[in-house]
Ligand binder design. Structure first.
Ligand code: ZN
Length: 340
């Protein structure tokens, strides 16, 4: 499940592959951007902001041929529950050809074979985790006939960066990033502007909200998803439904600092671990996903709970789609039974 750490890794992969490269073509498969042509623009940077991905592009090189505005643009996307960006090397690039020639003598091919034995792409070197590589490549990815989940393709001379199932694909002038895209976010846990005091201030500003809900509200602090919520609340023995205002200051500081520590620990790991040592094979958690299993601290059976992430805040009316925001959490009724 994409959270701040996985978005950070995705941006790192995209930055390594695209930064400084000129786009040969683009294919944005959302209705509002279907005719947009980003070719000729240079990728200036790829920046994570909470759980948002910002791909910053230069101004178009030739103002006379503009269809999407002359100024620098930012391509926004969000992974939500199951989106992912992947980078594939294009066949026939010099690096690919060289490696293929080298492997010919050993009898193996580094290329990923398409359905008809073609070798359209080789997995980009940075795509290492199973999750990131789980969708099989097919020969027709390149011409857009094969995968209905593709929402964006950015092509350079050497790679295709492809956004599968990415959500909220939008293009805005870079100067309006804050205004239109991410200005409402609280301090970014993995960002250069991380500000623990500001995050605490925002959490305290709504004392009646359940802490479990408040931690997920990206307006308070950006980057936490359901996994880290469950883990941080378990590790700090905090009841998920305790009103933020009932939690002693020292405990609230502990919660926020632990979230910061865990996301930073995991930001460069392909598999998450919150238990103190790196995970191999599968992610390692104290409580997340461990419903009905004994608490690793006290032995009590962990309970499955539901928490409503659309619960009304003080400043905004209830989201009419609230039912879609019910999330499953695991918690220990003994360790986390008290309100603080
Ligand atoms: Zn327990």
């Amino acid at each position: 499940m994409p959270e701040g750490d996985s978005v950070y890794r995705q941006c790192k992969m995209l930055r390594e592959a695209l930064k400084g490269q000129v786009l040969e073509s683009s294919d944005l498969r959302v209705p509002t951007l279907a005719t947009t042509d980003l070719s000729g623009r240079t990728v200036m940077d790829v920046v994570p902001r909470g759980k948002h991905i910002l791909i910053r592009l230069s101004a178009a090189p030739n103002a006379d041929e503009l269809r999407s505005g002359a100024e620098p643009l930012t391509l926004h996307s969000h992974l939500m529950m199951d989106g992912t960006w992947r980078v594939f090397e294009r066949a026939g690039t010099s690096r690919d050809s060289g490696e293929r020639a080298a492997s010919a003598s050993s009898g193996t091919s580094p290329a990923v074979r398409g359905r008809r034995g073609r070798q359209p792409y080789r997995r980009y070197a940075s795509v290492r985790s199973r999750a990131e590589a789980r969708t099989p490549l097919s020969a027709d990815v390149s011409i857009g006939q094969g995968s209905h989940t593709i929402r964006a393709i950015l092509r350079t001379a050497t790679v295709d960066a492809i956004g599968f199932d990415v959500k909220d694909v939008r293009l805005v002038p870079t100067r309006l990033e804050d205004q239109e895209l991410v200005g409402y976010l609280g301090p970014d846990i993995l960002g250069p502007d991380w500000d623990v005091d500001e995050a605490l201030r925002r959490l305290r500003a709504q004392p009646d909200r359940a802490i479990g809900t408040a931690l997920m509200d990206q307006r308070n602090l950006a980057g936490i998803g359901n996994v880290y919520r469950v883990e941080v609340l378990f590790m700090t023995r905090t009841n998920p439904w305790a009103p933020a205002g009932s939690i002693p200051d020292a405990k609230l500081v502990e919660i926020v600092k632990l979230a910061h520590k865990l996301l930073n620990l995991n930001r460069d790991r392909p598999l998450r671990s919150t238990v103190g040592h790196p995970a191999t094979g599968r992610p390692l958690f104290w409580a997340y996903g461990h419903y009905d299993q004994p608490c690793r601290r006290c032995g009590t059976r962990l309970k499955r709970g539901e928490i409503d992430d659309a619960a009304p805040s003080i400043t905004e009316p209830r989201d009419p789609a609230a039912v879609q925001h019910l999330r499953q959490i695991a918690w220990c009724p003994r360790c986390q039974g008290a309100d603080s």
